[in-house]
Design a protein around this ligand. Structure first.
Ligand SMILES: C[S@@+](CC[C@H](N)C(=O)[O-])C[C@H]1O[C@@H](n2cnc3c(N)ncnc32)[C@H](O)[C@@H]1O
Ligand code: SF4
Length: 448
């Protein structure tokens, strides 16, 4: 049996897409994306993601595409370009498509002032037919969040708020440069609920500097007191080669891999003991929540925002670094805000790259998504949908034999099931189906 630290030191993707973003290339450009949009059936339902890449201060652990701004001008200016991108995308689509899921993420969309929230919301509603029962989720930094913000988002139609809690221990907060009092978090939630935004998600992160199992237990207890509907419990992805500011966190302060594994276990045991259902790898939901319902009925999906109940076949990404998922493949916007602006000034869709996906990619993507969502996959079933047989995946199955011998997975012909106690190994099992993975693993974090 392999030791936990040895097993989880492998660096693997988080599989929010397949193929994953490091394998996107510049062969997919604005013209390719334009033609992909233009050929969508007018009746195709869409999901929209809008990226706001700005924050007030920089959290040293942050892995998101964001920049710190000291004044509002760059945010205001960016919002103007977002409106232009919305116009260009809508023109390429040619039809006012129905939207059933809208997500504003970042960075911190809570940076936006009233006028820009209003303009952005109006432009989206003008160019797309946002369904009356659409889910509208927004990511919220509770620091400095006030009742005016809560009112503004409620009026814009927000139905679900995702709140960054991360960790409530003062020592940990200092070590990540994110000072956030318990009151700030609980008041933000109370204000959102008072305005009628009732679906509340909390983001927690384990594996942060100065965290211990004892401090983590307190953070979990505080999170439970806030009575959220959902929780996302992420393992800290420490990749200072790519996120330079993370080198402000001394590696000596980071919990080791075995402790990370214990923290993930403690979160699962604690949350499940308090009535939450474990969803996929790192999410938890109340049994009545839509996420738990879709996990039960097998309709759970995974996209760039994590786990979703969103059934739309197409995701349109708007804003710097945003990624779209279309029938033909993935397309990503440039991440750098000045470059994003320059392309839009020239009236071209701000695409930096992407990847076209073939039948084999689709099959492997379906297997990986099933494993990430349901902790199981049926290779015969998935391959048959494309007129193939599971023999095409025999190399991947062979790669899993070590895990099968260790009881991490059980293999029954083409049926793979991850043992519940080895949920944390899901990304490692998925990597066996990732043919691009061997081509370079530098950009990933440890697998627990
Ligand atoms: C865009 S932020 C959420 C909204 C807001 N900016 C905030 O921090 O409160 C998205 C979430 O990603 C997670 N995250 C950011 N950097 C991470 C990293 N390096 N490893 C793991 N999770 C990370 C955090 O839990 C964070 O709440
Ligand atoms: S964690 Fe959130 S608030 Fe902190 S820098 Fe990242 S995006 Fe900004």
């Amino acid at each position: 049996m392999m030791h936990i630290s040895e097993m989880f030191s492998a660096r693997v993707p988080r599989y929010t897409s397949y193929p994953t973003a490091p394998h996107f290339h510049s062969g997919i450009d604005s013209a390719s994306y334009h033609s992909w949009l233009a050929t969508l059936e007018p009746t195709t339902a869409l999901s929209l993601y809008v990226h706001i890449p700005f924050c007030d201060t920089l959290c040293w652990f942050c892995g998101c595409h964001t920049t710190v701004v000291n004044h509002y001008d760059p945010v205001k200016n960016y919002c103007g370009f977002l409106l232009k991108e919305i116009d260009l995308v809508a023109a390429a689509l040619g039809t006012r498509h129905r939207v059933q899921h809208l997500h504003w993420g970042g960075g911190s969309p809570t940076m936006l002032k009233d006028e820009d929230v209003g303009n952005l919301n109006a432009a989206l509603r003008d160019r797309f037919e946002i369904a009356a029962d659409a889910e509208f989720a927004i990511e919220i930094d509770p620091r400095g969040f006030g009742s005016k913000n809560a009112k503004l988002f409620a009026q814009a139609g927000v139905t679900r708020a995702s709140i960054g809690l991360q960790d409530c221990d003062p020592q940990v907060q200092r070590a990540i440069n994110r000072i956030q009092t318990d009151e700030e978090t609980s008041q933000a939630i109370a204000m959102l609920r008072a305005e009628g935004i009732r679906s509340i998600n909390l983001d927690l992160v384990y594996g942060l500097p100065r965290q211990s199992l004892q401090s983590w237990e307190k953070t979990l207890a505080f999170a439970l007191k806030l009575n959220p509907d959902r929780l996302a419990v992420f393992g800290y992805a420490h990749v200072p080669t790519f996120k330079k500011h993370q080198s402000l966190i001394p590696e000596a302060l980071l919990p080791d891999i075995e402790t990370r594994f214990r923290m993930a276990e403690l979160a699962r045991d604690t949350l499940c003991h308090h009535g939450f259902v474990a969803i996929g790898l790192d999410h938890f939901a109340r049994p009545h929540d839509k996420l738990a319902q879709s996990a039960r009925d097998g309709s759970l999906e995974r996209n760039f925002q994590g786990y979703t109940t969103d059934g739309a076949p197409v995701l349109i990404g708007l804003g710097a670094s945003a990624i779209g998922s279309l029938p033909q493949g993935y397309a990503q916007n440039v991440s750098d805000v000045p470059a994003y602006r320059k392309m839009l000034e020239r009236d071209i869709l701000p695409i930096k790259g992407g990847i076209r996906i073939d039948v084999e990619d689709r099959i492997r993507r379906q297997v990986i998504e099933s494993l990430m969502c349901d902790l199981k996959a049926d290779l015969d079933d998935v391959t048959a949908r494309y007129g193939m047989t599971r023999e095409m995946l025999s190399d991947s199955l062979t790669a899993l034999s070590g895990y099968a011998a260790d009881g991490v997975v059980s293999l029954d012909g083409g049926k793979i099931t991850i043992a519940p106690e080895w949920r944390a190994a899901t990304r490692l099992v998925c990597a066996a189906f990732d043919t691009y993975f061997a081509q370079g693993t530098v950009g990933h974090s440890v697998s627990v």
